[in-house]
Design a protein around this ligand. Sequence first.
Ligand SMILES: [Zn+2]
Length: 854
Amino acid sequence: MPGTNLTREEARTRAALLAVDAYEIELDLSSAREGGTFRSTTVVRFTSTEPGASTFIDLVAPAVTEIVLNGRALPLENFADSRIALPGLAAENELRVVADCAYTNTGEGLHRFVDPADGETYLYTQFEVPDARRVFANFEQPDLKATFAFTVTAPAGWVVVSNSPTPEPAGDGDTRVWTFEPTPRMSTYITALIAGPYVGVFDSYDNGAQHVPFGVYCRPSLREFLDADAIFAVTRQGFDYFQEKFDFPYPFAKYDQLFVPEFNAGAMENAGAVTFRDQYVFRSKVTDASYEARAATILHELAHMWFGDLVTMEWWNDLWLNESFATFAEVVCQAESPASQWPHSWTTFANQMKTWAYRQDQLPSTHPIMAEINDLEDVQVNFDGITYAKGASVLKQLVAYVGQDAFFQGVRAYFKRHAWGNTRLADLLGALEEASGRDLRTWSTAWLETAGINVLRPELSVAADGTIESFAVLQEAPALPAGARGEAVLRPHRIAVGLYELVDGKLVRTDRIELDVDGERTAVPQLTGRPRPAVLLLNDDDLSYAKVRLDADSLAVVTAHLGDFADSLPRALCWASAWDMTRDGELATRDYLALALSGLQRESDIGVVQSVQRQVKLALELYADPAWREEGLQRWAAAAQTALHEAPAGSDHQLAWARTLAGAARTDDQLALLAGLLDGSVEIDGLAVDTELRWALLGRLAATGRADEAAIDAELARDNTSSGQEHAATCRAARPTAEAKAAAWASVVESDTLTNYVQEAVIAGFQQPDQRDLLAAYTEKYFASVKQVWETRSHEISQQIIGGLYPSYAVSRATLDATDAWLATADPAPALRRQVVEARAGVERALRAQAADR
Ligand SMILES: [Zn+2]
């Protein structure tokens, strides 16, 4: 029984048999305000290399009412198991399928959302990986490209956006019909439809010869917060940069960006109709790090218009390359474009992407970047830190290895050669080899076909007078967790070594040596005979992907002066190294806290500040010795309170510390401060207690039993929006009572009516590290229900529950034993097993780190 799965082998067979020409798709969305189902009619023309052969087309729908192949009606029973069997193909085929498809509330397929602010209905599609088949019958695999002509019937007065430019609607009465021009040839997963009374702002990209219309859309209730000009500015920056670097004009007719509700990912690269989570329309003050993240997402999706949409992976095993390229392109554009507002983007990359990659690469589920993707279930759990973050890190290393000019030269040849087609990794590597003259086979095997992180350590010998006698870089093979796939190998690393001195209180780089590290020991004779600098930093500029350790003297200087590096990137590398050592139990949590308390005072990069704040909280909750934990949490909360009062009025730092205190407040005095800020009896100069901050304050008061249901209802009355409803759900689930926990649990596990966003909000409130006693009873309940959840819920919904409700804060041998007992007896499917094993690894790591902190 394939269920909704599709294997790579089936896809290969089907691609060998078929060539798809064109789809005509009619969708009747006149029922959208009521919900339920909608009528979907697909006519697809395709050829078969083997007349008489059979194949199938994909469809996930409550009902099919008509299947006509080449003028012959097929029995409706041919629709089973999310497929329609198509026997007796001709050389040239025309298939017509009429189905009743369902609106969803999970963010998959055609998502339907009703805005409490205006009572209106808003729709959008999300199709990656295999969910176009929830909206129309199609051959759902990326290498069966075709043209798509959508005809949409929808309520009059709506805005309807798709991949092709929006036509004038026709008709009268309550509905209108939008007849879109056919798209260029593309994959099913990047087709899109967004419909509802959205509002748009328009502009264009013009450079003499070229005119590309721009649109930016959101719900009317967010319109007052939509800073379209800032979004257009970043988009224009990307158009300039990518068109020059790729030497290929933007391939589609227009570029719309739509901010949509309850979106599961950050954004989706639908061709010419990119969708974004609408939290990117900021309705309260956010720090500059949020603007930077939004700009990065805008550039990431734009890069996909070439890499992913114009040239597309043949199968999902190259998803990593698709994502890594877009991520690399986004960061390099920010770093190098003259229009960039965030030229320190490699610092942010080191701070966030690298940290994510290192974490994921140490889980038992880690895998080579080139993962075996045997079927759709494999790919759905593979949108992970290896695919996005390690892949992008390794791509950065590849660029350092071949040189950036050669890299882009190869990329230009690749786009010209494969435009509108499908490719494999070898096609890109081949183009890079031609451009650079370097043989990439050894590089590719070592980096892409193996898992884990090498450790680079300095081997340093210094004479009595402070002169370096010898210096070498030692490389260790990755310590792969038990059960991990792949071989532990040494790799070729292109790295820089930075030499830093303390000058007028600042750590300033005085020299930089770039070299190839290969094998176990690489001598660096250039340093022999020179005076030992204050800090020797391996992997300076973050060119390679490795854990880096400092020699004892450098570590002492960095510990005392972390905030004094003149540049943000080495600071970010040292912060990352300290965090990594804490996670590995090489640095006690209490020492990491001490480092953070001193270093954060001088850290100017707000993105780094916010990351360290999150990491300190996590370390205290999970990695601190339980006997000392309360003392650590008290020190952290007190420090946040002091920093909040000392931060410059109106600064991002002030907001970041206010949010940190809202998560950390413990004493009566601190909680009274939160309550005072919320009721207006206390004011802090420059701090705007706006909608989102109010919810953060209330969340902590609810979790500590100082805000009751009435207070939550009152706040929701002030902010009766979808975001308000989600925050209220978090607050209710956070309350420290057995009843609140039971209600939250029941709404998520025992009922399936919550939307993706509300469910996520309830889970966030339910899990409170301060409520370990209240939550203890739920370990057993979790294992009693998790398999059924996985079997009966959609992928997105079950993934939220499996990871979100795992007893992560119950750091104990008993939790590990309960997990092992379940793994041994429940016979979970591989994708479910993987998620539980990953969650278990968090507890195991926390136990080790707690021992180190003792
Ligand atoms: Zn992407």
